[in-house]
Design a protein around this ligand. Structure first.
Ligand code: ACM
Length: 704
């Protein structure tokens, strides 16, 4: 076959086919035909491929469905095909044979031109072409990476139909927009088990993400075994760390799925956990303890002593031998310099070396570390702060501070990846992340040459307020919105289409074994002490966690008690970061207003929800009284009831064709704004839509 030589790296050049994609998928953005909340979507691919051309017919996917490999073959490709069959089994409930079929007779034929590199390169060709017709399916790619992506696309095409499972006939030519599409997971603030990391890798493969960045050390924990320096994990981890053998298994697991693993060991700051076992590395006398609080702390490595570099040389050599990836992340963020200022020897060193301030001292450190990293055949990655004049152009800057610093790095000729705007722990709607583009904002001011230095981005999951049981719900499905931004054509901006496809993607993740939705039910039942949690779920679906900033501020107000020891077992930890129910309710209210209050189907949906909320508070009382963990949500439940009452009254005015009195409206809006404030770190996500309804009810009356 070998049909992909025509695919170019940057999908934005594929003008003609793109037009077809946008004609197909952007109808919801026109605003002329508002969709009902349950409207079906045409094709639920995520990330949307570079080009999609629907053709006539469909391919039935029966229990006899088979896969055969033609062309190049290797064990990794066979494992990918078998995994595909296993996933398809999960998706259909069919017992599919995992034995690969003769390519000439298989329903789906796979053809790779050649193998991949032994260690996956940044910028490796990930393109593929997928052709589905009523006669069968053909998937072709230059190497196994494209095949793996194409198999994921096929899985997403399979849908239930009245006649059985089927995939629509289609021609897909696909290639990512950016070569670095990452997810960063902090395993220091709270330890994340290997099992959960593996599930995240499965989800990443489904979203076509290709870099798992592990933040392996910070003030709160050192999480990987070192044989050179065993006190790092022995004293710096509370016993919660990965053995090297486990990490090697995860690397192989990820590599099998086309995912690179980039390790980060944060230095010279964010490093208290190192100093518990090795206080001599630090800039002040010990002893040290593992940090339990959140924030920026004073301990920092001593950049002036040769012993620091000797230690790090050996340490990096050891770690470089575990992680095959070319890229090695040294952190470099948020050094407050207080230990440096307080140490007279460090001040003397700065004078002797003509280092004017701590920034220059950190630059001195970073330059030395870069030499060590490159000596061990790695390219250094670091946060914005590492950008240092004269550094080799081989380094990569990861921007957490904003698009401007990424643009500045590019102007100086450095490659970069964007994470500002993609912080999943900040608890923002998927839409907000989705609309951040690596080359928008300051990035848009770059020349085409400079823009090529922007390699992509990474969604970041910091773990202050997440744990093994809640991390999946914090990451998924929202990370898939970032994945689409990094994979799909830049012009794809239709938020409604994104949310429709994200919902389908989210459901599929559960079939793959992710627990981002099911964990919520398990946690709520634990909090309530019973499985009979219907009323609690009504409340859970109407609220969202308050933003990270609010949660931190509230904790400080309560005496700064938030530490890594505080259990994450409250309602706020159990619920989804983004309320699907609130989004549906809000779009129903918009539709109802747009229909000039004529759409009775939408109205009855709205009324049913409002009544449910109004009546839920009394239904919830016995649960609220039964558990100490639910006491704090009692006022939230009352507030939801108040919203239900206000919204139902608004509907009554509308139905009576009577403008709601101005005084009533003012009173209700004041009440809504009051109840919309965070309580128990929860925000009533449905409040703004109720307010809209209240305001609309006092506006012009539509004649009967
Ligand atoms: C960071 O958020 N300090 C990387």
């Amino acid at each position: 076959m070998g049909v992909h030589s025509g695919i170019r790296k940057h999908a934005t050049h594929c003008g003609y086919l793109l037009i077809m994609v946008f004609a197909l998928f952007s109808f919801a953005a026109t605003g002329q035909t508002p969709q009902t909340p349950q409207a079906p979507s045409p094709i639920k691919l995520m990330p949307m491929p570079a080009t999609v051309t629907p053709t006539a017919g469909r391919l039935l996917v029966p229990q006899t469905f088979s896969v055969g490999i033609a062309g190049y073959n290797e064990p990794r490709l066979e494992r990918a095909a078998q995994r595909f069959l296993r996933d398809l089994s999960r998706q259909t409930g069919y017992f599919l044979s995992e034995r690969l079929a003769d390519a000439s007779r298989a329903t789906l034929t796979i053809h790779a031109d050649h193998g991949g590199e032994p260690v996956q390169d940044l910028g490796a060709d990930e393109s593929y072409v997928l052709e589905v017709s009523s006669a069968g399916a053909k998937l072709a790619a230059p190497n196994p990476l494209g095949i793996m992506h194409g198999l994921q696309t096929f899985l997403q095409l399979v849908e239930v139909t009245p006649e059985g499972y089927a995939a629509p006939a289609i021609h897909v030519e696909d290639t990512p927009r950016f070569p670095w599409r990452g997810l960063s997971i902090d395993v220091s603030r709270h330890f994340i088990s290997m099992e959960v990391l593996q599930r995240n890798v499965d989800a990443m493969a489904a979203a076509k993400l290709n870099v798992l960045h592990l933040h392996l050390s910070d003030d709160q924990g050192f999480r990987l075994e070192s044989k050179e320096y065993p006190k790092l994990q022995e004293l710096g981890s509370d016993g919660m760390y990965y053995r090297q053998s486990e990490m090697r298994e995860l690397i192989a697991y990820a590599s099998d799925r086309g995912i690179r693993i980039v390790p980060e060991f944060d230095m010279p700051g964010h490093s208290t956990a190192w100093f518990v076992g090795y206080p001599d590395l630090s800039s002040a006398a010990g002893p040290y303890q593992i940090e339990r609080r959140w924030g920026i702390f004073d301990p920092a490595m001593d950049p002036t002593r040769e012993s620091t570099y000797k230690f790090l040389d050996k340490f990096i050599a050891e770690m470089a031998s575990i992680f095959p990836d070319r890229y090695f992340h040294i952190g470099g963020d948020e050094v407050n310099g207080k230990q440096w200022d307080a140490n007279p020897k460090i001040s003397e060193f700065k004078q002797a070396h003509n280092l004017k301030n701590n920034q220059e001292l950190q630059q001195y450190f970073t330059v030395r570390i870069e030499k060590i990293v490159s000596k061990h055949h790695k390219s250094m990655v670091g946060w914005d702060e590492i950008l240092t004049p004269g550094m080799p152009k081989d380094i990569v800057i990861q921007s957490w501070r904003g698009q401007e610093s990424l643009a500045e790095a590019a102007r100086q000729g450095y490659r970069g990846i964007l994470s500002s705007g993609y912080y999943l722990d900040a608890i923002q709607p998927a839409e907000q992340h989705y609309l951040v583009d690596p080359v928008s904002g300051a990035g848009a001011t770059l020349t085409a040459e400079q823009q090529k230095l922007i390699l992509g981005g990474e969604a970041c999951m910091w773990e202050e307020f997440a744990s093994d049981e809640s991390i999946e719900s914090r990451i998924w499905p929202r990370a898939a919105a970032v994945a689409e931004r990094l994979w799909s054509p830049q012009q794809l901006q239709d938020v409604n289409s994104m949310y429709r496809r994200l919902a389908a993607f989210s459901a599929r993740l559960e079939q793959l074994g992710l627990t981002h939705r099911s964990s919520s039910e398990v946690m709520l039942a634990r909090i309530a002490g019973t499985d009979d949690i219907a009323a609690l779920q009504v409340l859970a679906r109407a609220v969202q966690p308050a933003s990270l900033t609010i949660r931190e501020t509230e904790a400080q107000k309560a005496g700064g008690i938030q530490t890594s020891d505080v259990p994450l077992n409250r309602m706020v930890d159990a619920i989804s970061p983004e309320s699907e129910a609130a989004r549906k309710f809000s779009s129903a209210v918009d539709l109802f207003i747009a229909s000039k209050f004529q759409d009775t189907t939408v109205e009855s949906y709205i009324r049913q929800k409002l009544q449910e909320w109004r009546d839920n508070d009394s239904a919830l009382q016995s649960l609220l009284q039964n558990s100490f963990l639910l006491k704090e949500v009692a006022p939230v439940s009352q507030n939801l009831a108040s919203l239900g009452v206000a919204g139902a009254q608004a509907l009554d005015y509308i139905d009576a064709h009577q403008a709601a009195p101005a005084a009533w409206k003012l009173q209700q809006v004041a009440m809504i704004q009051q109840v919309a404030k965070p309580t128990a770190d929860l925000v009533l996500a449905v409040a703004p839509a109720v307010q809209k309804l209240v305001e609309a009810s006092s506006a012009a009356v539509v004649a009967p």
